[in-house]
Design a protein. Structure first.
Length: 404
């Protein structure tokens, strides 16, 4: 029998962790910079690195409240060691430690395949929306009188302008995280591809920024004729007002040398489709985004914000994190929330950990979960209305990162 050891990597082992992760995930090894050994959990088989796993300590907004989160990343297993259960053992150890220490109640990740992580209790909590639009299609059916101006931002002296707009935007949101400078530099402010240029613009009124956009543009479109062969990629765009959105998109729509504007992560409630004369020309498409796992359900549900009061009684089926399993009562209100065990008492419904994660973050309403057959033993129709109301978020979940 092989000797299997599940533990964090040592500082001396970190180059091997980065090398394996880079090879197995087909990512630049530079993407593994900055990970501390204590943020890893790996499987070693007879002393040989088999599975890599890391997690960034992050903070995210849950309906306006700040919650701690482990941003799971760099998950890989060497081909010679696959299908042996090592990732399961590593994930289990990570969850056990976070629960026992009371450090982090939620884990999130960008899944290669949803099916891999659903078996560990992860649920989908966000969808990405992509646009592919010709600049000439940026035309507004209700043009606004713009009281402000658009100008270029000097990142060397005005980086704080971007941080301020982002902080104000995320204040009452769900899913957006706190960005350190390294995340800015590796994400929206990363260097553009060869031959492309980066531009940062801000919309201001009365000397105060109300929005900004970061984008790259340059050649790369395949064209058989004389059409514009450049494309423009939006890296980050946040507007605090309708005027900010129209002003920034008007600038993007004026690039005559650009044949296509691409944005790969517009929020679900982005106002642009409702502003355009022909929103179909955005060619909007959606795909799965991040997944979340409630590692310690009591702490996770009491950290998020609630706009309405409600009492939710449920039985949670959670064989992977058995400390969560059982019957619970969540008492929520705008002032805060509390939870207690009610084993042996009546409940509203029964559900699994992945379904609860999708519902708790405001992505999947209880009524839709029930229609999909994801809820069991629902007491009556009014239960679903109460759950929908209590778990509703002011904005749909949105995750805007490039880096974890």
């Amino acid at each position: 029998m092989p000797h299997v050891e599940i533990r964090p990597a040592t500082p001396e082992e970190m180059p091997a962790v980065a090398e394996q992760g880079s090879r197995q995930l087909a990512l630049p090894i530079s993407m593994f910079d900055g990970v501390s050994p204590e943020w890893t959990m790996c499987a070693f088989v007879n002393g040989e690195l088999a599975t890599t796993y890391a997690f960034w300590p992050l903070q995210l907004r849950l309906n306006g409240r700040v919650a701690s989160m482990a941003g799971v990343t760099q998950v890989s297993t060497h081909p010679a060691h696959r299908r042996r259960g090592y990732l399961r053992a590593v994930t289990r150890r990570h969850f056990e430690e976070k629960h026992e220490r009371g450090e982090t109640a939620i884990a999130c990740l960008h899944p290669a395949w949803d099916a891999i992580y659903r078996r560990y209790g992860y649920g989908l909590v966000h969808e990405r929306t992509s646009y592919r639009v010709e600049p000439r299609q940026i035309a507004f059916h209700h043009p606004l009188e713009l009281a402000g101006t658009v100008r270029e931002v000097d990142l060397d002296t005005e980086f704080g302008l971007l941080v301020d707009v982002y902080r104000r935007y995320r204040e009452d949101r769900t899913g957006l995280i706190h960005r350190g400078r390294a995340m800015w530099d590796a994400g929206p402010l990363q260097d553009p591809p060869a031959g492309h240029r980066r531009t940062v613009l801000a919309y201001e009124e009365g000397g105060e920024a109300q929005g900004y956009v970061v984008y790259h543009h340059g050649p790369g479109l395949e064209r058989s004729g004389p059409e514009a062969n450049q494309y423009l990629r939006v890296m980050d765009l946040f507007g605090l007002t309708p005027a900010a959105h129209q002003a920034l998109w008007s600038i993007l729509g004026n690039y005559d040398s650009v044949g296509e504007i691409r944005w790969d992560n517009a929020p679900a409630d982005d106002p642009l489709p409702h502003m355009l004369v022909e929103p179909r020309m955005l060619q909007a498409s959606t795909r799965g985004g991040i997944m979340a796992r409630l590692v310690t359900v009591e702490a996770a549900l009491t950290q998020r914000g609630y706009d309405r009061a409600g009492e939710l009684r449920f039985e949670l089926v959670d064989p992977f994190c058995e400390w969560n399993a059982g019957r619970w009562c969540l008492e929520a209100s705008p002032e805060g929330a509390s939870m207690r065990r009610i084993d042996g008492e009546a409940v509203d419904l029964r559900l699994t950990a992945d379904t609860l994660a999708s519902m708790a973050v405001g992505f999947l309403p209880a009524s839709r979960a029930s229609a999909a057959g994801l809820l069991e033993d629902v007491a009556n129709a009014s239960v679903l209305e109460r759950w929908d109301s209590t778990l509703r978020t002011l904005h749909p979940p949105h995750e805007a990162e490039h880096t974890w």
